[in-house]
Write a protein that binds this ligand. Structure first.
Ligand code: SAM
Length: 368
């Protein structure tokens, strides 16, 4: 789910799309088939757009908002890794489902030492690598750039550790952003993804991520008249209603007519149960709204949200126009303003908020 979160104004790097005739093949295994093939093909064919184009997108602020949320999650967890160690730590991270490298700058800002990026979509992995190389070139003397390795693999079917350059590599953090909902096609696939996420963590290491909230999706489906629901920016279509198998409960997700890809419900207690078998303890699971409310109290986080343009100003400033002219999209903000309260950080349109509020953010820690 989700168009791969955008790079922000701060992260603008202008990496060009590469083409690859074998893009739906894993270099080490047989060609992808079925759902894996659809997902790889979908993400491989997504064009990267520059900031100028993105800023005109109907979901520009929502994507920035999601990106802000990931920045806070990543920053908080790296702080925890450092706090729990008395020595200077060289932090190692596994970015599982790294996409085109939308989080590379976050890892750089977090001053990590090693990064392994893995994704099913070969073209995305190459774009990620080339974005990394650009960042490396722009690094000034004394400015530390982490070492990175890139792997194209179906992380729900292949055990990644066999592909690490350093065979005994252990990570402080595994980050899996907007990916778990591709793995719940079968128990084996969900289990392999979690094995990849958790087995190579150091004791005390963290597994963090974002995924869809199955309760929210099913609630919206049950409230709808038919088999689909959504609004002007997103739509979700199920094949059936009333029966929700634990694995393989497929729906189609469409975002702004750009993303159109099948996903699977992630029943979170089950994800938690599988993670437990890999020695993981759940630290927290929040809806995006809860995570936002908690973290926006911090002034640095507020400043970052403003810099990343994660909300749009309301009412619009100067010559800018709202993301949509559709009636009712800013009623909540108008009501708030009419009540005399200020909106110093801005708002999201109703449709964007509905789209982003189907997600959860979570963190686990390795305890055994
Ligand atoms: N994590 C990145 C981010 O937040 O910018 C990308 C998120 S994008 C919404 C989802 C990513 O999951 C895509 O890059 C897709 O190729 C990857 N993905 C989906 N199924 C996968 C699988 N079975 N193995 C590895 N990656 C997968």
């Amino acid at each position: 789910m989700m168009e791969p979160p955008a790079t922000t104004a701060e992260e603008e790097k202008g990496v060009k799309r590469k083409t690859n005739e074998d893009e739906e093949e894993s270099p080490t295994t047989k060609p992808y088939t079925g759902h894996s093939q659809k997902v790889a093909s979908h993400y491989n064919s997504l064009q990267e757009t520059g900031l100028a184009v993105r800023s005109h997108s109907r979901i520009f602020h929502m994507r920035n908002f999601n990106n802000w949320l990931k920045s806070i999650l990543i920053g908080n967890i790296l702080d925890q890794v450092r706090e729990s160690s008395t020595d200077r730590v060289d932090i190692s991270v596994l970015d599982l489902g790294c996409g085109k490298g939308g989080d590379l700058l976050k890892w750089k800002k977090g001053n990590i030492a090693n990064l392994v990026c893995a994704d099913i979509a070969g073209v995305s992995v190459e774009q990620c690598r080339s974005r990394y190389e650009d960042m490396q070139k722009k690094c000034y003397r004394g400015d530390r750039m982490f070492v990175a390795d890139f792997i194209t693999a179906d992380c729900t079917k292949e055990v990644l550790s066999a592909r690490f350059k350093e065979k005994k590599l252990l990570f402080d953090v595994c980050s899996c952003q907007f990916v778990c909902h591709y793995s719940f096609e079968s128990y084996q696939q969900a289990d392999t993804l979690l094995k990849n996420a958790c087995e190579s963590l150091k004791p005390g290491g963290f597994f963090i991520g974002t995924t869809t909230d199955s309760f929210e999706l099913v609630k919206r489906l049950e409230l709808s008249d038919g088999l689909s629901f959504g609004n002007e920016v997103y739509s979700v279509r199920f094949d059936q209603k009333g029966q929700y198998p634990l694995f393989g409960c497929q729906y189609n997700f469409n975002l702004e007519g750009v993303v159109d890809v099948p996903e699977f419900l992630v029943y979170f207690p089950l994800l938690e149960e599988i993670a437990k078998r890999y020695g993981m303890k759940l630290l927290f699971k929040y809806r995006f709204s809860e995570f936002f409310e908690d973290n926006i109290k911090n002034q640095q986080n507020r400043n970052l949200l403003t810099r990343m343009m994660g909300l749009e100003s309301y009412p619009c400033e100067g010559s800018s126009t709202p993301a949509t002219e559709a009636p009712g999209e800013y009623d909540h903000a108008a009501k708030h303003k009419d009540s005399g309260a200020s909106l110093p950080l801005g708002t999201l349109s109703k449709s964007e908020w509905e789209a982003t509020s189907i997600y959860l953010v979570f963190a686990f820690q390795k305890v055994s």
